[in-house]
Design a protein around this ligand. Sequence first.
Ligand code: DX5
Ligand code: ZN
Length: 213
Amino acid sequence: MKVAPSILSADFGKLSDEVKAVCIAGADYIHCDIMDGHFVPNMTMGPMVIEAVKKASGVPLDIHFMVENIPFFIDMYKHLKPEFISFHIEAEKHINRVIQKIRNEGIRPSVVLNPATPPSLLEYIIEDVDMVLVMSVNPGFGGQKFIPSALRKISEIREMAEKRNPSLLIEVDGGVNDKNAQALLEAGADILVAGSYVFKSGDYKKAIESLRV
Ligand code: DX5
Ligand code: ZN
């Protein structure tokens, strides 16, 4: 299991120290939540802050867009060469075109499903993405409670991927902790995003290791 700490719950007053600390503690990716105040009722970081995060990070970036106007945001962040760009399929009419746009930049494309979005929407795109990000809370804020139906959704996506895209990665985001990590692994998750569980823990290394089930 890989672990991607979400810096949304980090101390923004010393963000680069926080990024360095979770990298030393064993993070596989740094998960960056970009919100626009339209798709979700919150705003976070812009590309200049993510540039500073990239400088401090010893591991690749995992960018999660919670935005409308996705192509505009891709152009704003593509020079940072993250490992993944994930975008919400609820926010985009031309899903296939946007997947291609991300791949053409040499970045691995990923689509995100909100808690109430069915996995059947992946029917005609599952071959085209490197990852699916399953939201296990409603996007916009850290520190919310895990929504258990995410487990069934992960299993269904894993089953669909077995035949059609065996190397597909499944990432889970929201309310992840040491209590649900094992069930997430069994359902078929590959990467756990954890914000408050890691950053509010007091011991980043211990928290990250407890998720690596
Ligand atoms: C929520 C974000 C998450 C958030 C998770 O919209 O996408 O990445 O940081 O926070 P926790 O792990 O605290 O639920
Ligand atoms: Zn996220």
